[in-house]
Design a protein around this ligand. Structure first.
Ligand SMILES: Nc1ncnc2c1ncn2[C@@H]1O[C@H](COP(=O)(O)OP(=O)(O)O)[C@@H](O)[C@H]1O
Ligand SMILES: [Mg+2]
Length: 292
């Protein structure tokens, strides 16, 4: 965006400052808003339950079709911290996308607080996601031309209520108070991941999804980031659904659901112990260098 807007600022003799850049970005992203997103649904008076019923999803690859989800049903209680485990290719990311309204199943339904997600229109689903869900993507998906703060503020801009002070507060909470003006390329993997977590929390959603939030990090940073995520959602009683293939990390939630070949293969209650910032999380599995 720097290159995109700087010539305009120079041509019109506008002094190029972070503020002019911020204002330009704001106008740019406000154009992305669908008018209908302005119609904000009323939040429920209690955190919603997430329920998935008999989800099926397959992908066509060449002449073949891969069945990735084959009748997955789960129910997550308000405030519960659930880990989804399974080997690479088991369908974890596809399931998380489907639960979060990002990937329509071929059959089956996802219910948020009893309301069917996929029977809503795309724009209604966008509103529900923006208001009720935060998503930490496997590869962060930070916009490269926006600073850490601007990235964090995006969900609130889409909602039409950018709150700079909350963005700064969240960056402080994830230990990046001094990085708010940095571009993603100027931050380490762990810092980008923490920015992505702050962005997922921006609209204070009752449900947070995180796909391998520590997958690309070294063991020290992995422990810090997972500890921070668990402690933040715990203090605000959010429902958390985390994908991981690290079985040791998965014991830190309330429940671990294992996925194999597109089906739930097992489910167990886990410690659910609250992790405080700085606590050491047991983990001796090697850091994966590839996505799963
Ligand atoms: N858009 C897609 N097109 C084709 N195949 C896909 C697509 N998304 C996922 N798959 C396939 O579905 C399977 C499960 O993928 P994924 O949900 O990413 O698994 P996991 O996150 O457990 O590693 C993999 O074999 C993957 O190649
Ligand atoms: Mg995955």
């Amino acid at each position: 965006m720097l290159f995109k807007y700087q010539p305009i600022a120079m041509a019109t003799s506008i002094k190029w400052t972070p503020l002019t850049r911020w204002t330009n970005e704001r106008h740019f992203y406000s154009r992305l808003q669908d008018q209908r997103i302005q119609e904000k649904p009323m939040p429920p008076d209690h955190p919603p339950t997430l329920k998935a019923e008999d989800l099926y999803r397959s992908f066509a690859v060449g002449k073949n079709s891969i069945e990735v989800l084959r009748g997955v049903s789960i129910e997550v209680s308000p405030g519960e911290k659930v880990f989804l485990c399974g080997p690479s290719g088991a369908g974890k990311t596809t399931l998380l996308y489907t639960l979060a309204g990002l990937e329509e199943p071929e059959s089956g339904e996802v219910f948020i607080d009893g309301k069917p997600l996929y029977r809503s229109s795309r724009s209604q689903r966008a509103i529900i996601r923006n208001r009720f869900m935060g998503y930490v993507f496997q590869n962060y998906f930070l916009l490269p031309d926006l600073t850490a703060l601007e990235n964090v503020l995006l969900p609130s801009m889409i909602r039409g209520q950018a709150a700079r002070s909350r963005g700064l507060e969240l960056l402080k909470k994830v230990g990046l108070a001094d990085r708010s003006d940095h571009l993603p390329a100027e931050m380490s993997g762990g810092e980008q991941q923490r920015t992505a977590i702050a962005r997922a929390l921006m609209n204070d959603p009752p449900i947070v999804f995180a796909d391998e939030p520590t997958g690309n990090l070294d063991s020290k940073t992995r422990n810090e980031v997972m500890g921070m995520l668990l402690s933040i959602v715990d203090e605000s009683a959010k429902t958390l659904i985390v994908v991981t293939h690290d079985r040791k990390l998965a014991t830190m939630g309330d429940r671990c659901i294992s996925l194999a070949d597109g089906c739930i293969s097992s489910e167990e209650k886990t410690s659910g112990s609250v992790v405080k910032l700085g606590d050491k999380i047991p983990s001796d599995t090697p850091t994966p260098h590839q996505q799963s």
